[in-house]
Write a protein that binds this ligand. Sequence first.
Ligand code: HEM
Length: 269
Amino acid sequence: MSANNKSLLDVATQKLTESQVWRSIFRHGYPDTPLNQSLVMMGNVFLHLHPVKVSRKAMKTTYTWCLGGISFFLFLLLTITGVFLMFYYVPDTNQAYQNINQLSTADSFGHLVRNMHRWAAHLMVVSVTLHMIRVFYHGAYKPPREFNWVVGVLLFFVTLFLSFTGYLLPWDQIAIWAITVGTNLAPYTPLLGNSVYKVLVAGGAVSQATLVRFYVGHVILLPLAAAILMAVHFWRIRKDGGEAGPPPPSRRELEAQSGEQRSLTSSTR
Ligand code: HEM
């Protein structure tokens, strides 16, 4: 009975895997040889985002702590919740504060989505910083990953600027004065300081013009820059052979290992 069932199952499996539909989706056999493994990785739209071979040790969650992935997830969450907030928010000094008040107290799910946006923003600054520290700790900024490190540094600044520009938008007292203090630091920078202040604030003090500048930067320019930089960042990770992984053992470690093995075999004789 079970033999019959098995053969039926075998026949059904064979029919399925040999059908045109199956073969049009899965073009290569079961990935149990190095060649098939490479072909499967390269022929699949999702898997081809990874390099063909990756270091097994670098795949462990405790190696990367998924900090880059968490940063990317938070960016997606911020984009989705940010679009929701845009339906309710007008960057006008006479309306912005009321809009946010109304959103937090009267609109359906407004308070929840606003807080999701706020918390995700704080967490992203934390996760990107920790990711940068993790990469530095593993020495993954060294060649061939030095270009991706520079892309990462740009992503770090874009993340900080997203946080800075978003802070002004509720147009409450803490926002206005925090941005006044923050932007007033700019003129102390040698050479470009005054010009940077004028570009940021659009006048002599934080005003309606500043709010529009920060709004456009926050919802268009900086997210676009982040998305482009992330695309380059992920492409580079693939091209650099995936995660750096721990370095191969040094000659001294290899010699010590073989010495230990020799003494083990002589003691068992
Ligand atoms: C929005 C910010 C960022 C996102 C979404 C992001 C995303 C990622 C992801 C998903 C990975 C692979 C998995 C992992 O290592 O966790 C990665 C790797 C890497 N990231 Fe980032 N990253 C960001 C910012 C940064 C920053 C600030 C730096 C450094 C200045 C950086 C430098 C690198 C490098 C060098 C690698 C390769 C690491 C290795 O080979 O071990 N990234 N990033």
